[in-house]
Design a protein around this ligand. Structure first.
Ligand SMILES: Nc1ncnc2c1ncn2[C@@H]1O[C@H](COP(=O)(O)OP(=O)(O)OP(=O)(O)O)[C@@H](O)[C@H]1O
Length: 328
């Protein structure tokens, strides 16, 4: 298995996708016990784009996110990230219980080697951004579930500060950040490679391609309205979210969805958000990508206009995908 830096570092980061997944296959195990979780997935996320990945349970959403986060490697195909090291947010906030909210947010900055004064200033800024400015000295057990997820969001944003060109968002580069490509076999040495599959069928995006729209323009539920300076840095950032609001009650979830959109608009970070919930996907995303039931591959994608009609259309398609899998 090889991990190589992208050879496109001389190109303008804005002209390249934040994420590019090409013909990715992921197989767990071998022989009779083999599970093919992903089979020929192609996906791109443009800088600053908000994409929701939707699919039935077990279709490989988390597997794909893990590949993007470099927690695992593809069996074959290529995963290219042209951003700083992606930040990952899960259903559980996974905060350090002995640290205050502020210290939790500071942690990735400390690990990146940032000095104390700018680290504290950055943590304060991020806590303000998630509306927890007055709660920085509290420990996780003193916060509600929704507040803990906000701390996790601030911490995730703190850990996306590296830019691939070596510039920083107040963070001292450690040399480990990075844009790069992870390739599966044939170059790799991991699980035996299945033949690379090109069996990706897309019915096509309805309307304009959401990711192609300039920030702050177009229709849809939300568009980033960040300033040019913020956009310059944020174009290098990537946030991977795996059902981050799945464990919250409906009201808190609703509030946090709005908060996430506000933070996304303010920072212009590229977001890939995994959910089971069609309504959540349509509300949040510029583009909704539907994966087939296992093995996962992209079956259809929609440019989101945030409408109830679209929720119904995607729900119908999801039902079709699930029932055709059940019949197979
Ligand atoms: N480490 C592993 N070893 C073996 N099989 C695995 C492993 N990780 C995932 N799988 C299998 O790969 C398939 C895809 O799993 P994954 O967790 O990516 O699905 P998912 O779409 O995120 O599911 P859910 O929506 O229920 O969280 C499942 O059949 C799962 O059992």
């Amino acid at each position: 298995m090889t991990v190589t830096l992208t050879d496109e570092t001389d190109l303008d980061a804005h002209s390249r996708p934040a994420v590019s997944v090409s013909k990715v296959v992921k197989q767990f195990g071998h022989g009779q016990d083999a599970v093919v979780a992903l089979d020929g997935v192609d996906l791109t996320v443009t800088p600053g784009e908000f994409v929701c990945l939707l699919g039935a349970s077990g279709c490989g959403k988390t597997t794909l996110l893990n590949l993007l986060a470099r927690l695992d490697q593809p069996t074959s195909g290529t995963v290219t990230i042209n951003t700083s090291r992606p930040a990952v947010m899960f259903q559980e906030p996974a905060l350090m219980p002995w640290l205050t909210a502020r210290r939790n947010v500071e942690l990735p900055l400390r690990l990146a080697g940032m000095r104390a004064a700018p680290r504290r200033a950055r943590a304060s800024e991020l806590l303000e951004l998630v509306r927890l400015g007055g709660q920085g000295d509290k420990r996780p057990h003193e916060l509600s579930g929704g507040m803990r997820q906000r701390v996790a969001l601030a911490r995730a944003l703190a850990s996306t500060g590296h830019a691939p060109d070596g510039s920083t968002d107040g963070v001292v580069p450690t040399g480990s950040a990075g844009g790069g490509a992870t390739s599966g076999t044939p170059n790799g040495s991991g699980a035996p490679g299945r033949a690379q599959s090109t069996a990706v069928h897309r019915d096509g995006v309805r309307g304009r391609r959401a990711g192609a729209a300039p920030a702050g323009s177009g229709s849809g539920p939300a568009r980033p309205g960040h300033d040019a300076g913020a956009a310059e840095v944020a174009a290098h950032r990537l946030l991977l979210m795996d059902e981050p609001f799945g464990a919250l009650d409906a009201i808190t979830r609703d509030v946090l969805q709005a908060e996430l959109l506000r933070v996304w608009r303010a920072t212009g970070t590229s977001v890939l958000f995994v959910t089971h919930d069609v309504r959540e996907a349509v509300r949040l995303a510029q583009r909704v990508v539907l994966l087939s039931s296992r093995p996962g591959r992209v079956v259809q994608e929609w440019s989101s206009d945030g409408s109830e009609t679209l929720v119904e259309e995607i729900t119908d398609r999801l039902r079709e995908v699930i029932s055709s899998h059940a019949r197979a």
